[in-house]
Design a protein around this ligand. Structure first.
Ligand code: NVA
Length: 304
C-alpha cells in the first residue's frame, strides 16, 4: 500500500491488488484473527449505507475492534467545522477512520490531517472497497481472472471508475458503454489505462451497450442517479433510457456470463424487473464479499 490510507484502487500497485484478492479469499475461508483487538474506528457517513456500513461494522468487530457511527447530522463535516479540524480531533481519539463523503476532496483532507489510516467508504469519485470485493466475486465464479472481459453498462460513476482501475490492475479487459457525456472522469480513466499498459489488458469506451457486452464474461451495472445527483433525475432517466441491463442484452454476452450490481438496484431503470433473480446474477455474493474484501484491506493497513 502506497501510504497509510486507502482512498482509491491506485493506492495499491497492480500486484498488490492481486495479493489483496488472495488475502480476502484466505480470510473468507480461514477467518480473520483478532488483529484489531482494542482498536476503535470512527465511521463517518455523509450519505446512507446498508452494505458498506454493516460489512465494516461486522468486520471490525470480527477482528476484535469497535466502532462509532457518525452521521452527517452528528458531525456536519465541512459545515459545522472544517474537515481538517475533525481530522485532527479524531486523530487523537480513534485508531482509524472509515468515511463515506460527497466530495472526494473531503477524504484527502481527512487523510492529510491524520496519522491514522483513512479508508474510502465511497466518494463521488471512487468506491475502491466495492471494486476489490467485486474482483473477488469474479474470481470465485470464474476460477481465474486472466483474459476475462468485463462490460459495464451505464453511468461512468464512482463504481465504474474503481472497477475499471481494478480490472486493469489484474489483467481483465474492461469496456464501458455510457452516453458520451457520462464517461468515466479523465483522471480515473488515465489511471486505468496506465494499469492496463502494465498488465497488457484492454480498456475501452463504447456508446452502445450491445457492443460492450458482446462476448463478455461479466455484465455490470449501477444506478443512473447516484447519491447527491437527485436534482438531475429527470435528465438522467432520459439520457440513460437505452442503457438498461435486461435479459435481452445478456443474450449478447457469453452463455456463462455473470450479472453484477453493487446495489441498491432500481428495477425498471438500470435493471429490468427480473435481472437480480436471473440465473446469471451474483449480486448477493457481491454484497457478502464486501466484508471479506474490507477485512483484507483492514488487515493490510493495520498489520504494519
Ligand atoms: N453510484 C452509487 C453507488 C451506491 C453504492 C452512488 O454513489 O450512489
Amino acid at each position: 500500500m502506497k501510504g497509510k490510507d486507502f482512498l482509491s484502487v491506485a493506492d495499491l500497485t497492480p500486484d498488490e491488488v492481486r495479493q489483496m484478492i488472495q488475502s480476502a479469499e484466505r480470510m473468507k475461508r480461514d477467518g480473520t484473527g483478532r488483529i484489531l483487538e482494542g482498536k476503535v474506528f470512527a465511521l463517518i457517513f455523509e450519505k446512507p449505507s446498508l452494505r458498506t456500513r454493516v460489512s465494516f461494522e461486522v468486520g471490525i468487530r470480527q477482528m476484535g475492534g469497535d466502532c462509532i457511527y457518525l452521521s452527517r447530522d452528528d458531525i456536519g463535516l465541512g459545515v459545522r467545522e472544517p474537515e481538517a479540524d475533525v481530522a485532527r480531533v479524531l486523530d487523537r481519539l480513534v485508531d482509524g477512520v472509515v468515511a463515506r463523503v460527497f466530495s472526494h476532496r473531503s477524504l484527502e483532507i481527512l487523510a492529510e490531517h491524520t496519522t491514522i489510516p483513512v479508508i474510502n467508504a465511497l466518494s463521488d469519485l471512487a468506491h475502491p472497497c466495492q471494486a476489490i470485493g467485486d474482483v473477488l466475486t469474479i474470481y470465485e465464479h470464474k476460477g481465474s481472472l486472466d483474459g476475462l472481459r468485463v462490460a459495464f453498462v451505464g453511468d461512468g460513476n464512482n463504481i465504474a471508475g474503481s472497477l475499471a482501475e481494478a480490472c486493469a490492475s489484474v489483467g481483465m479487459d474492461f469496456t464501458i458503454a455510457s452516453p458520451r457525456d457520462y464517461r468515466i472522469p479523465d483522471i480515473v480513466w488515465a489511471e486505468a489505462k496506465r494499469r492496463a499498459a502494465v498488465t497488457e489488458s484492454k480498456i475501452a469506451w463504447e456508446e452502445h451497450p450491445t457492443e460492450a457486452v458482446r462476448e463478455a464474461d461479466v455484465v455490470y451495472t449501477d444506478v443512473w442517479i447516484s447519491m447527491g445527483q437527485e436534482t438531475e433525475k429527470a435528465e438522467r432517466l432520459r439520457v440513460f433510457s437505452d442503457y438498461q441491463v435486461n435479459e435481452g442484452l445478456m443474450v449478447g454476452a457469453k452463455p456463462d456470463a455473470v450479472f453484477m450490481h453493487d446495489m441498491p438496484a432500481h428495477r425498471g431503470e438500470e435493471v429490468s424487473e427480473g435481472m437480480l433473480e436471473h440465473p446469471s446474477s451474483v449480486v448477493f455474493d457481491q454484497a457478502e464479499n464486501r466484508l471479506h474484501a474490507q477485512n483484507a484491506i483492514l488487515a493490510e493497513l493495520f498489520s504494519r
